[in-house]
Design a protein around this ligand. Structure first.
Ligand code: ZN
Length: 149
């Protein structure tokens, strides 16, 4: 098995067994995005407490690239500080769009092939953009505290 095959295995695995697929009951923030060029729809739900992503889930329908990418992202951010989750999302977007040569830590290199297909970049980064917007939503909420819990 060469490295390319191994990477395809990772994508296949995340498609067959998406991690953290579904919706959260009471998310701190929720962000849905649509990629019209491919038809991918992804909603990211986040639970954030004390600057930490305590839970996350994604839902929607999309191609294998968008699903694998969303599944990998959810898997990599739960239990991590918000700043790290943001770094992972930004780092991956920079890697896929060719702004950086180094993927963030994790299995992200498995999606490196997408860099050669400009039309698929939106598929691979849809969940990451949804996550960044959801994190901004959490931050905006903090300036108007709605602290019932
Ligand atoms: Zn797609």
């Amino acid at each position: 098995m060469d490295l390319d095959e191994l990477y395809r295995e990772v994508i296949l695995d995340h498609n067959q067994n998406p991690r953290r697929r579904g919706r959260l009951a009471d998310p701190s923030a929720s962000q849905g995005l649509f990629n019209p060029t491919c038809g991918d729809r992804i909603t990211v739900d986040l639970q954030v407490r004390d600057e930490k992503v305590t839970d996350a889930a994604f839902d929607g329908h999309g191609c294998s690239i968008s699903t694998a990418s969303a599944s990998m992202l959810m898997d990599s951010i739960v239990g991590r500080p918000v700043a790290e989750a943001r770094q992972t999302a930004r780092g991956f977007i920079d890697f896929i769009t060719g702004k950086s040569e180094e993927p963030p830590p994790g299995d992200w290199n498995s999606l490196a092939g997408v860099r050669r297909f400009a039309s698929r970049v939106k598929c691979a980064t849809l969940a990451h953009n949804a996550l960044l917007q959801a994190l901004s939503e959490v931050e905006a909420g903090r300036t108007h505290p709605n602290d019932a819990s």
